[in-house]
Design a protein around this ligand. Structure first.
Ligand code: SF4
Ligand code: SF4
Length: 142
């Protein structure tokens, strides 16, 4: 009986192979070819800056509180004469799981997700990115 079941499974497998043999491939030969993804893809995080390269972070740390990954976001801020000075703003994309919590919770819209998804590297230190590496300025429409 087990033998017959094995033969049946073998033919089932061969049937699937035969069906897919004449269908167009659903995969692409990466990296020579790349699939087109939605612009809403939750890829690499970036920081919104104004045209002077300034970040509008108020140092509330809400992003850190909602982040499920320990130490993925590091922010050091201080208040001087009523203004918030950001001394350190780093995101470790090696720890980030791209959940988007930090983007949704930020009251100032500092963080955003980009469609960039090619983040692999053998050097772990490149995953730690600061304001300079993550800054994106977008001209407001209208
Ligand atoms: S996207 Fe998620 S995991 Fe990544 S830094 Fe933001 S809250 Fe943390
Ligand atoms: S939630 Fe936004 S404003 Fe608050 S610390 Fe994080 S990046 Fe800055």
């Amino acid at each position: 009986m087990r033998f017959l079941k094995g033969i049946f499974a073998l033919f089932e497998g061969m049937k699937m192979v035969a069906i897919h043999l004449f269908r167009p491939a659903v995969t692409v030969k990466y990296p020579e070819k790349r699939d087109k993804f939605s612009s809403r893809l939750r890829g690499c995080l970036a920081i919104n800056v104004d045209k002077n390269g300034k970040i509008d972070c108020v140092g509330c740390r809400s992003c850190i509180r909602v982040c499920p990954c320990i130490d993925a976001i590091k922010i050091e801020a201080e208040r001087i004469d009523g203004s918030v000075i950001i001394n350190k703003f780093e995101i470790d994309s090696g720890k980030c799981i791209l959940c988007g919590n930090c983007v949704f919770v930020c009251p100032k819209g500092v963080l955003k997700m980009t469609p960039e998804y090619e983040m692999a590297d053998s050097d772990k230190t490149v995953f730690i990115r600061g304001i300079d590496e993550m800054s994106r300025f977008e001209e407001e429409e209208g």
